[in-house]
Structure formats: C-alpha cells, structure tokens
Design a protein around this ligand. Structure first.
Ligand SMILES: *Cc1c(COP(=O)(O)O)cnc(C)c1O
Length: 229
C-alpha cells in the first residue's frame, strides 16, 4: 500500500502537469480530498500534509470527523445526495454544499443555517441527463439559481457535476464549462462577483476536468487509496 505522502506527491504531479498543459496556474485549482469511508486519522494526516479542503458524502461519518478535527481549521464540503431531513445537520457542520438540485433543499439549508455563518453552495447539474443521478437539468438550472439568490444565508458560487461512467469526460466537462460561462452572462449582475466555482473532476478524469476549466477537483482514491468497506 502506498503512503498518503506518496499518493499526494503523485497526485500533485498530475495536477501540476494538467495545469501546465491547460496554461493555467496551479493556484486556480483547489484540491478537495474526499475522505469518505476513511478514519479520522487519515483526515488528520492529510491536514498535516497541507490539505485544507475535505469532501464527505455520508453525514454520520462526516460529523464525527468534522467534530474530531475542529481545531484544524479545515474547510468541509458536502458532496453527497441530500435528504431533506438532513439539511439541518449539513447546514450546521459544513462550509460548502455541492449537491443542491432543487429549491426545497436550498430553502431548508437557508432556514436552518446557524446565525453566525453563510453557506457556499453549488448547483449540481445532470449534464449528461443520466437517470441514475441527481442534478438539475440544464434547462432548469438558471431559474433554480435565480431563486437561490434570494436566500440570504446562501451564496451560490457556481456549478458541480458528476459524470456517468460512459460519458466522455472531455466532452462532458466542456459542456459544463460552456454552461458555467453562459450563466455568468445571463445571471443577474449581483451574482457575478461570486460566480467563481466549477466543481468537477475525480481520480479517473482530473486531467480532462482541469483542461475544461474546473476550479475544484474532488479526489478520493488517488489520495487516500481504495475506499474502506
Ligand atoms: C467519491 C466521490 C469522489 C471521489 O472519487 P474518486 O474517484 O475516488 O476520486 C468525488 N466526487 C463525488 C461526488 C464522490 O462521491
């Protein structure tokens, strides 16, 4: 088994090469370490290596890790499917929510957000219209974003996607980037200073995502190894 440090070195080399190939500075791309199924010790080890952003899908294990790592000043991203009865816990513990695909969820997160914080949110787009996945349709995304803007506790920063296994990642991520830029022009001008986040790319396809313009890659396996069961 590779050490976390070796994995990080190899991963950093991939990210840097992809940025160079795309003519983008490394600082344009935030690495989110996806620590689902991994123990608290793995998160602490990643933090010690300078990883500041962590992603989690499953709420119960996430809360345990977030509480155990509270003194480390990490930024936590919720990247899993959202059940409406879990919005309060998400709003309390996370800094970012990537997987909003309907107004009702956004409204609950807004209403349940603690008084001293605002939540950064992304709208998940089902860019390849995969019936097995969540995500707003490309047709519905603009109206959804405009309605979220009216919620004072949420800051809608951009878009997120997960591609189906059989979608070509280059084409899928380029479609996302096009939609992201089109929305930048079409959204109310009050959005614009914060319309800065495109969350896409995982272990298998981070190169295609960075080439297309991803600002946040979500990496589990290449960093932490195969998931624990
Ligand atoms: C698990 C997961 C990842 C990380 O996947 P890897 O292929 O292990 O890098 C990224 N994004 C989401 C939404 C995930 O559920």
């Amino acid at each position: 088994m590779q050490s976390l440090e070796d994995n990080q070195k190899h991963l950093e080399a991939r990210i840097c090469a992809a940025c160079t190939a795309a003519g983008r500075p490394r600082a344009d791309v935030t690495l989110i370490g996806v620590s689902k199924t991994k123990p608290i010790a793995a998160v602490k080890a990643a933090a010690a290596l300078g990883i500041t952003d962590l992603g989690e899908n499953y709420l119960d294990e996430a809360v345990t890790k977030i509480e155990a790592c509270a003194e480390l000043g990490l930024t936590w991203h919720f990247i899993g499917r959202i059940q409406s009865n879990k919005t309060r816990t998400i709003a309390q513990h996370f800094d970012w929510v990537h997987t909003i695909d309907r107004y009702k969820i956004a409204q609950r997160l807004n209403d349940q957000c603690p008084p001293d914080k605002t939540l950064n949110v992304l709208v998940q787009v089902n860019i390849d219209a995969d019936p097995a996945k969540g995500g707003a349709s490309t047709d519905g995304v603009q109206a959804l974003i405009n309605s979220i803007t009216a919620l004072p506790k949420l800051r809608v920063r951009g878009l997120m996607t997960i591609l189906a296994r059989d979608t070509d990642p280059g084409a899928g991520y380029r479609s996302m980037a096009q939609l992201f830029e089109q929305l930048r022009l079409e959204l109310d001008s009050q959005h614009q200073p914060l319309w800065d986040t495109l969350s896409m790319g995982m272990t298998a396809d981070l190169e295609q995502a960075i080439a297309a313009g991803s600002t946040h890659i979500r990496i589990g396996t290449a960093l932490f190894g195969a998931r624990d069961t």
